[in-house]
Design a protein around this ligand. Structure first.
Ligand SMILES: [Fe+2]
Length: 124
């Protein structure tokens, strides 16, 4: 993790200008199933011209629901503070996304929005 980011008060804008706290796991070994199932799982794939980040939802194989009542609305990626892209999902979609990342990037951040439980973030 980068030293120049303040995780204590991390907030981000979600839909329609609403600003929400960003949740993240400090220690995966002591994380609850609730935390694990909301956190993006990031796979870094090295390519010729850069990296690709494959993002899915849930760590340690703990799956998040994807139903009308409870689902992941989007995944979005940043290169530091610079947005890379957003992929939106409906309740019947599989919440996974692939983001192209420049090789010069120092910190990739991927956030997920659960319609009931807010924003969850992972960094590589
Ligand atoms: Fe949720």
């Amino acid at each position: 993790m980068s030293d120049n980011v303040n995780y204590e008060n991390a907030v981000t804008e979600v839909n329609e200008g609403i600003v929400e706290e960003v949740h993240s796991i400090e220690d995966i070994e002591s994380a609850s199933d609730f935390e694990l199932k909301h956190t993006p799982n990031l796979e870094v794939i090295e390519g010729a011209n850069g990296q690709t980040i494959k993002a899915t939802i849930g760590l340690k194989g703990i799956a998040h629901p994807q139903t009308e009542e409870h689902y992941i609305e989007w995944l979005r990626a940043f290169d530091g503070a610079e947005p890379i892209g957003t992929v939106n999902f409906g309740p019947t979609d599989t919440p996974e996304a692939v983001f192209e990342v420049p090789r010069t990037s120092s910190q990739i951040i991927v956030q997920a929005l659960c319609n009931l439980h807010g924003i969850w973030e992972a960094r590589v």
